[in-house]
Design a protein. Structure first.
Length: 679
């Protein structure tokens, strides 16, 4: 009887929400009747022969979309002019918060920043410019966690000490509760204590964590029936800090909904998110060009599980990622170029890392971007690029789509035979009772069909370095958002918002424009690399103040010093000695580059190091004597040849190499081809 009553109550609640949201629902709502842990398995589909090769139906669709369509009537831009082509795009950035625990349970988060991460130096070899912000940002994550934990402790102590009724859970308070009161109830019900921040930072979050699937899981993050979520108060403060980072207006209250949809990485068939009441709205991002991109909203949500596959075997799930707290940053659709789009994503990542929200390790999934593209002049279809985790991939995927010539084409349908393993085992597709009921209920109202695709969703294929068709893209009304009564509506006071804003980490680095104004002789691309961390900026300024040639210093710092030795624990006096020797032509570039790491580690002065290793350039008379002897040996092997510019460069390089790199390139070149005098 109790089970029947529970079922009736659930159905009544659903029907109540259907009535309230009848204007938003449509006849095409689809929800799976099963919550299997197993994922999609593509059954064999009819194959066709193309040019003697056999391709599956899904492979043909991917290839048709990725390549230029010969039958297209659209005037799509080519890959050569795609960078300057303007199109409409919006960005959805998924930022994994560096919380010690998952957002709705007490499992350790693999995105957290342990004590060992904070001590990681800015050492070489550094990550490439495309791989995202420096891993040294772990210290900022630790600092933000400490400050927000102090706010939680203060909020708990300020709440009145009225008794806590265990039989009256906060989930039954329909009008919402103050954040401070929720913190007290959460701590008492969970037995949590906010003391030393490092006590709550799991050390298991390291490079090898993702190699051990399903290590940090519980019934809540796996979506098991009956497991109730408990919103982390610390995650709410992180959300307010995200509002500050992206210049958003914080909400006065926050609530969560179940975003219901059927997708393999969500076996429970819904995601806890803030579809109706995001924690922040109306922000902006400033591009390098000075243009402002509007941020529509910033909301908290949970991450999904991670798909696993090996050797073509059926897919499985890794729940280590499921339930990790996310901040989703959604920009408004704007007309941009490919470079502006990449710059927008770069600025989002930069703000997330500099504010301490995220470690910024894009290869581990800390930052992922979904990009929605459309070309209004070529039709109303949209393309969604999913889960791009590097700026190079964003640029390549966008340019591939712009040059695909598919904008006026009909949207591809998903691969035939793509059914769940349960349906495959039964040999038939089961009808969806919910979809049928909603179709009958709203058909007479003329509601639009939300399942009618508005475009296509594509995913990046690392192996082939291109995009692949994944599924049709449906409109936003295809999803059903139901308020989750297990998570209370929290009231956020202006005092709380101001407190978080006062302790939120800000980017104290000078802007690129300010750096260029201070060092106008340095190209912007070099200054952009220098500006990535405060350690780099400080080292650059100290070298410039001693050496006096900012352009020369910037080239050496970006091309040699940072890739070889990093920006921390570097002796500036030793570096200046080396750079001055290169400028004075006492050392050539190749010798200085090869000796750089060992010279800095030796602790010797440059003269001492050069004497110990027999280095140093020959003087001008010795240089001319060596060149004459080298040319004489070459003349004995054959008649001399007329030297062009390229041949002269090769000859100079060969002579310097033959001397053991003890000759100055410029002295050898000037001796072989004396510069023309004035007049």
């Amino acid at each position: 009887m109790a089970g029947l009553l529970h079922t009736l109550a659930a159905v009544s609640t659903l029907l109540f929400h259907l009535v309230l949201n009848s204007n938003h629902l449509s006849s095409g709502y689809v929800i799976s009747a099963h919550s299997s842990n197993r994922l999609l398995s593509h059954a064999p589909s009819p194959a066709s022969s193309v040019g003697g090769a056999t391709l599956s139906h899904s492979s043909q669709q991917s290839r048709r979309f990725a390549l230029l369509a010969s039958d297209s009537t659209a005037s799509a831009p080519s890959s050569t002019d795609g960078a300057a082509f303007r199109f409409v795009a919006g960005v959805e950035a998924h930022i994994q918060l560096a919380l010690p625990r998952k957002i709705f349970c007490n499992c350790p988060s693999t995105a957290s920043c342990g004590a060992d991460d904070a001590k990681q130096p800015d050492s070489a070899p550094e990550s490439s410019p495309d791989s995202g912000p420096d891993v040294a940002a772990g210290a900022r994550c630790m600092e933000l966690h400490r400050r927000l934990s102090d706010i939680l402790a203060a909020a708990t102590s300020e709440v009145s000490s009225r008794p806590y009724a265990a039989d009256s859970p906060y989930s039954k308070q329909d009008g919402g509760i103050q954040f401070e009161e929720y913190v007290r109830i959460y701590n008492q019900s969970r037995g949590a204590a906010h003391g030393n921040p490092e006590d709550h930072l799991p050390r298991a979050a390291g490079a090898g964590t993702f190699e051990r699937p399903n290590q940090f899981t519980c019934p809540v993050c796996k979506g098991e029936v009956g497991a109730l979520p408990a919103l982390s108060p610390l995650a709410v403060l992180y959300g307010l800090a995200a509002c500050h980072a992206f210049s958003c207006q914080p909400s006065t209250s926050t609530s969560f909904e179940r975003k219901v949809y059927s997708y393999p990485d969500l076996p429970k068939r819904y995601q806890l998110t803030q579809a109706r009441n995001p924690i922040g709205r109306n922000g902006h991002i400033l591009l390098s060009s000075g243009r402002e991109i509007r941020v529509q909203r910033v909301n908290l949500e949970e991450d999904t599980a991670r798909t696993l596959s090996a050797d073509g075997e059926p897919l499985s799930l890794d729940y280590n990622r499921s339930g990790i707290g996310l901040v989703e940053v959604v920009t408004e659709a704007s007309e941009v170029t490919a470079e502006e789009l990449v710059d927008c994503c770069s600025k989002i990542a930069e703000a997330a890392v500099s504010s301490g929200l995220c470690k910024g390790l894009m290869h581990e999934g800390n930052l992922r971007f979904d990009v929605n593209l459309s070309v209004p002049a070529e039709g109303s279809k949209r393309v969604e690029l999913k889960n791009l985790n590097s700026f190079r991939r964003i640029r390549r995927a966008v340019l591939q789509c712009l040059s695909s010539g598919r904008w006026t084409q009909g949207t591809d349908s998903p691969a035939e035979g793509a059914i769940t393993l349960d349906a495959a085992a039964s040999g038939s597709h089961r009808h969806n009772a919910w979809n049928d009921m909603l179709h009958r209920h709203f058909h007479h109202r003329g509601a639009p069909d939300a399942t009618a695709p508005v475009g296509a969703t594509l995913a990046w294929r690392s192996a082939n370095k291109d995009v692949q068709y994944q599924r049709p893209k449906s409109s936003g009304s295809w999803y059903l958002n139901i308020a989750d009564s297990n998570i209370p509506t929290l009231t956020l006071t202006p005092q709380l918002t101001a407190t978080v804003a006062s302790v939120a980490l800000s980017d104290d680095r000078p802007t690129l424009e300010a750096l260029h104004a201070a060092f106008p002789a340095v190209p912007l691309d070099l200054l952009a690399v220098v500006r990535k961390t405060n350690a780099r900026i400080d080292l650059f300024r100290r070298l410039c103040s001693t050496h006096g040639e900012p352009g020369f210093v910037a080239k050496w710092l970006v091309n040699y010093i940072l890739p070889l030795v990093g920006a921390r624990s570097v002796d500036v006096e030793q570096l200046c000695e080396l750079l001055q020797a290169v400028s004075a032509k006492r050392l050539n570039v190749d010798t200085a580059r090869r000796m750089l790491p060992d010279f800095l580690a030796s602790g010797l002065s440059l003269d001492e190091y050069m004497r110990c290793h027999g280095l140093g350039l020959l003087d001008e008379p010795s240089t001319r004597q060596f060149v004459d002897e080298y040319l004489a040996r070459c003349a004995a092997k054959g008649p001399p040849r007329t030297l062009g510019a390229a041949a002269l460069t090769r000859l100079v390089r060969d002579i310097v190499a033959a001397s053991g790199h003890r000759l100055s390139y410029s002295l050898v070149r000037d001796y072989l081809a004396p510069p023309a005098g004035p007049g």
